[in-house]
Design a protein around this ligand. Sequence first.
Ligand code: ARG
Length: 442
Amino acid sequence: MEAINTSIGFDKRLAEQDIRGSRAHASMLAAQGIISEEDSRAIQEGLSTILSEIESDQFVYSTVLEDIHMNIESRLNEIIGERAGRLHTARSRNDQVATDFKIWIRDQLDAADAAIKTLMWALIKQAESGVDWIMPGFTHLQTAQPVTWGHHMMAYVEMFGRDLSRVRGARERLNECPLGAAALAGTSFPIDRTFTANELGFNRPTRNSIDSVSDRDFALEFLGVASISAMHLSRLADELVIWSSAQFRFVQMSDRFSTGSSIMPQKRNPDAAELIRAKIGRILGANVGLITVMKGLPLAYSKDMQEDKEHVFDAADTWLLSLSAMEGLLCDMHVNHEILEAAAGSGFAIATDLADWLVRELKLPFRTAHHVTGQLVAQAERKGCDLHQLSLSEMQSVIPGITENVYDVLNLKYSVGSRDSYGGTAPEQVRRQIEDWKERLA
Ligand code: ARG
């Protein structure tokens, strides 16, 4: 029983939050005249002593005492005697653990908020340094149209920007205080839940005591937000793995963020990026794990819910580590912009520009222009050259009306510069996106 029942091995991570919660509760009890000022003072001092014992690693955790709440309460009893028992007036471990866990997750959301912003600044810096570097844009990982490096980097800024907004939304919904819900039904003592909520930085008390002790939506939402964000990290990591390969050589990882091989001296393995790509598995696993714990539980509290913590702890550590590793990797990374540009020129990336020219200048319907361009591409392929290397007469044999002017659009700089629709790849547009995000993040 002890082996399956105990949670102190992991919920000791809630020690600081548990003490914060208890101190607020004791102050409220005293302010309401439920316990004496003297008892409250003794409790506060005892809890301070315990906090310093925990911080200096002197606190002795006991598995017999089951969890962090009992461990702290029992130590308080050793320090201040029987008066310690007054702290648990008008509360239960059910509302206590919900409060501790909310505070812990709120701290993690704040850390994630900062880490995402730092990562976004690193991406913005990358975007700024290569606002007009030309690279191939891909769909299906096939060369599609030329785009700018800045544009591609800013796409990730949009993604992490949505993560940031989800972090803030989750924090806002989480920020109601369950303390005072007691076991599930509330309490007969004249408590002031608004007082406790304010002390602990919550916006207000939760409205329904049954829901207060049975709700773990805030933990699930944390995992949901972390999952989406980890998916973004994984996609970026995946691109960096591909781009750093000898076949692409778009980027080169620094020595600090790559490793060599013990037998192949030429290798520079993108381990950090690969691990970031892999770590999403733990976060998604946690997400599935906890929602599975919750899905069949009757209201209100069930001991099943003790299984919420390890999932969230591991996911939080993994997410924050991945965010900061990605930031370091990006800051250190070298971009081979000549290789990017050379790659942008291959694979007929400017075929769409040719089709658009036929529509604009020869007034062909787009579908016809698309077909004609396909024939020109086939001709270039047969000749083993690029579109701009076809002679005018070769082009005219496919579409007689074509003129010398067509060569103006068959170059990369023109191609990216011309896509200046709102949100498009033209450097002017990308600069606008960068300015916009800088303002929003400042
Ligand atoms: N260790 C428990 C948990 O993490 C605390 C709540 C226990 N409540 C109870 N009535 N047994 O969920």
